[in-house]
Design a protein around this ligand. Sequence first.
Ligand code: HEC
Length: 121
Amino acid sequence: MGKRTILVSVLLVFVLSFSLAIAKHHTAEERGRVHFNNVAFAGGKKSCSTCHPNGRGLEGAGAKTKFSIMGGEQNSLEEAINICIINANKGVAIDDNSVEMQELASYIKSLGAPKVPGYGK
Ligand code: HEC
């Protein structure tokens, strides 16, 4: 093996491990958390975190299929999120299948089970 081959291999390993390290911190869940804290998300004026600080109160929401927010009924997490985007953030609804929606949903699902027994039932 020539010096150049060794050098290129070392460089390749370095670049690969660096990309992996970046990828690890840029999971869908992590990007969802960024949207959640973004005051301008979906054209809105408030961040989700304003009312749900660090996702507090949304533990367990990721596992639900029925919601009743602000006097209405929503049949999916995506629908619930859009109700908040429109009425709470004062933004514009995003597509259920959009990357941003999937990322927000991943973040909410990562919050886990309700900390207060019976919350959100
Ligand atoms: C102005 C305050 C406010 C903002 C901003 C807000 N929400 Fe909400 N959200 C509420 C209220 C009020 C409810 C209904 C009461 C409850 O269940 O906590 C709710 C309920 C929810 C629920 C259903 C919880 C459950 O278990 O039934 C989800 C999911 C949710 N919000 C996500 C979001 C997301 C995502 C954003 C940002 C795009 C957001 N909210 C921004 C006030 C807000």
